[in-house]
Write a protein of this length. Structure first.
Length: 409
């Protein structure tokens, strides 16, 4: 690790950030993951007008998914990387397998919960003008459940709404191999990860006449549809965050020319973004002609460049160890900001539980909007109430994890 990466090095080693025997938490990771959780709720609520303006999704090529996956990669480097270093490869791989097992059952329970909610609404007749099971394209599951149950449990049946956690599991499962290869050669590891990403780029391979080499996973037993989030593409952003936190990639310096360059990338992305297409007519034609360059499913190159630019600016703005996230003043505004940051960080600390809860909540919120109507007031009411429920979920999960019943007098 070079001297230019002292900021991340300090996060890993500073005694103010951890005590002996305890995992280190980076406040920036928790803050930005928490921010992503709020955006994910908005984005998944059906018929939500706020979705048209969420940041960064509608203002560039990347969105909250990149924030979540990148920060999860950095957090995994702290949590799992330390296990590999301390306990060896075998126990490190075992810990990763245990986490994958936890996420697997979170995925299964999320699917069952949402399917039950949608079926209950349809069966009740509370809103007969809409088919809620059909809205998630789940009719196959009800018409012919046996093969779909097999597919669900083997991750060969992955409906579009339920595709983030399977992608996350697949990427985590790659970690033991990444750690093993890192002990052989870091340049070789980088070449392998980039090579896997290239083999996930369907549009590029098709252009080269190499479509047969495309790496993907089946999403439905009855069709050739593939996982929407291709883990062989999305592993690149995860392991970029992982490598930065491990020190395999030196942290970039904060310099005026890098800030100017990344700002230029962000501005160009905004011009050609969803919002830009609504503001500038030429952007619509460009997006239609060049969609493969920012394809979300395979994690195309423009998404990567756009996200790295955003991540660099956010990292520079947060300051060393995130000190700029904490207000230094004594006024009401400073206290309000500090409390807001702490709340967002709490949501980020419980990101898996909050994510699972938010996916179910988003469908309920969509039903509520169907019933009460959609206008500025109802959108505001449902979204802000949803934010409050995410915060309540995070604090509740944190309370249970603290195991207060085991506290000593």
């Amino acid at each position: 690790m070079t001297s230019t990466s002292t900021d991340i090095d300090l996060v890993m080693r500073s005694p103010t950030m951890a005590t002996a025997g305890k995992a280190i938490r980076d406040p920036r990771l928790d803050f930005f993951r928490g921010f992503a959780m709020f955006m994910i709720l908005v984005a998944h609520t059906p018929g939500n007008a706020w979705t048209l303006w969420i940041f960064p999704a509608r203002w560039g090529f990347s969105d909250a998914t990149e924030i979540f996956v990148f920060c999860s990669g950095m957090a995994s480097a702290i949590a799992f990387g330390r296990t590999f270093d301390r306990a060896g490869w075998l126990l490190g791989a075992a810990r990763v397998a245990y986490r994958v097992w936890q996420i697997y059952w979170a995925h299964i329970c999320l699917f069952v919960a949402i399917v039950t909610i949608m079926a209950a609404i349809d069966a009740s007749g509370w809103y007969p003008d809409r088919d809620y099971i059909g809205s998630l394209n789940l009719w196959k599951f009800f018409i012919d459940p046996a093969p779909q149950l097999i597919g669900l449990m083997t991750l060969t049946y992955v409906p579009n709404y339920f595709d983030v956690l399977p992608m996350y599991m697949a990427v985590l499962a790659m970690m033991p191999f990444v750690m093993a290869l890192s002990r052989v050669s870091l340049p070789l590891l980088g070449a392998v990860l980039i090579g896997v990403w290239l083999l996930a780029q369907e549009a590029l391979l098709s252009w080269l006449g190499l479509s047969a080499l495309h790496l993907s996973l089946p999403a439905e037993p009855w069709s050739d549809r593939q996982w929407f989030f291709n883990p062989f593409g999305w592993q690149l952003v995860f392991f970029t965050g992982f490598a930065l936190m491990r020190g395999w990639i030196p942290a970039p310096p904060v310099t005026p020319w890098l800030i100017a360059l990344t700002l230029a990338v962000i501005v160009l992305s905004a011009v050609h973004s969803n919002v830009g297409a609504r503001a500038f007519g030429f952007a619509i034609e460009w997006r239609q002609a060049n969609g493969a360059w920012f394809d979300k499913s395979d994690f195309a190159i423009l998404r990567y460049v756009d996200f790295l630019s955003l991540a660099y600016l956010a990292w520079a703005a947060a300051g060393e160890r995130g000190h700029r996230l904490i207000a230094t003043g004594q006024g009401v505004a400073a206290r309000l900001w500090d409390e807001t940051v702490q709340i967002v960080m709490t949501v980020g600390q419980q990101s898996l539980a909050v994510f699972v809860f938010s996916m179910a909540l988003a469908r309920v919120n969509g039903y509520i909007l169907d019933v009460i109507g959609r206008n500025a007031m109802t959108w505001t009411l449902v979204n802000l109430t949803g934010f409050g429920l995410l915060v309540a979920c995070a604090f509740c999960v944190g309370w249970f994890k603290s195991q207060p019943w085991r506290a000593q007098r």
